[in-house]
Design a protein around this ligand. Structure first.
Ligand code: KIV
Length: 278
């Protein structure tokens, strides 16, 4: 049994080693990512877009997120499993946020939860941390607020917006977040945030100076090409390999090549004879 990555381990990595985080939405991906030694597996609400084919992340709810988080928890024995709290599962009240975060921990066996937003969700974060639930923050381009931003746009591009980002990051760290995701912000601002807070920053489109990086697994493996943000690096192109394998399967069935004798079952000739006599 592997030793699970813990909150103290993530906290003490700051300034010593780069942290790695990747999304996962199912059991087989969790098994593979765990084998690769990734520190944190995020069951992101990006599930809505890359797995469920939806346009944005807004319509995925607690039921789907619990279902997928439990599958990832079953596959990951070393990586810390972080459940992304879906839209409107934590915004309405501290009480509802706490109950839903608790469901991720007890029902889906998550090790932590992630919430989008700055100072305005500090009461929710404090309540969770007090209840013993580790929280990862998320600032910058927070997709659940894309309507407010006018789309999926780079954030923190004015001095005023950058100041708010730095203040928000400090508020999240003070509230007890054990790490903060910084999405789609200028690298120089991400560096300032990283220097301003005592907890690790995890960048996605936030440059190389963050304490760690996170990407969506479908982007890393080349399994999603509806749109590819500038910050994505594809480490494989599995979509071509998969289509190639499926075309071969189809052709072999059509040509009678598959299944062969090695994939089929037999019955003794004697039993077949008996069948004929009945
Ligand atoms: O849902 C998600 O995949 C995320 C990452 C992009 C950080 O929130």
């Amino acid at each position: 049994m592997n030793k699970r990555v813990t909150v103290p381990e993530i906290l003490s990595a700051k300034g010593k080693r780069k942290l790695t985080e990747l999304t996962a939405y199912d059991y087989p991906t969790a098994l593979l990512a765990d084998k690769s030694g990734i520190d944190m597996l995020l069951v992101g609400d990006s599930l809505a877009m890359v797995v469920l084919g939806q346009e944005d992340t807004l319509s995925v709810g607690m039921a789907e997120m619990l279902h997928h988080t439990l599958a990832v928890s079953r596959g990951a024995s070393r990586a810390m499993v972080i459940a992304d709290m879906p839209f409107m599962s934590y915004q309405a009240s501290v009480e509802q946020a706490l109950i839903n975060a608790g469901r991720f921990m007890s029902k889906a066996r998550a090790n932590a939860v992630k919430l989008e937003g700055g100072a305005r969700i500090v009461p929710q974060i404090r309540a969770m941390v007090e209840a013993g639930i580790p929280v990862q923050g998320h600032l910058g381009l927070t997709p659940q607020s894309a309507a407010q931003f006018g789309g999926f746009k780079v954030q923190g591009k004015t001095a005023e917006a950058a100041r708010v980002l730095i203040d928000d990051a400090q508020a999240l760290a003070d509230a007890g977040c054990f790490s903060i995701v910084l999405e789609a912000i200028p690298s120089s601002i991400a560096q300032m945030v990283t220097e301003a807070v005592s907890v690790p920053t995890i960048g996605i489109g936030a440059g190389a100076e963050c304490d760690g990086q996170v990407l969506v697994v479908h982007d890393v493996l080349g399994l999603f090409d509806r749109f590819v943000p500038r910050f994505v690096k594809r480490y494989a192109k599995l979509d071509d390999l998969i289509v190639e394998a499926l075309v071969k399967y189809k052709e072999e069935v059509e040509q009678g090549v598959f299944p062969g004798p090695e994939h089929s079952f037999t019955i003794s000739e004697q039993e077949v004879q008996k069948l004929g006599k009945n």
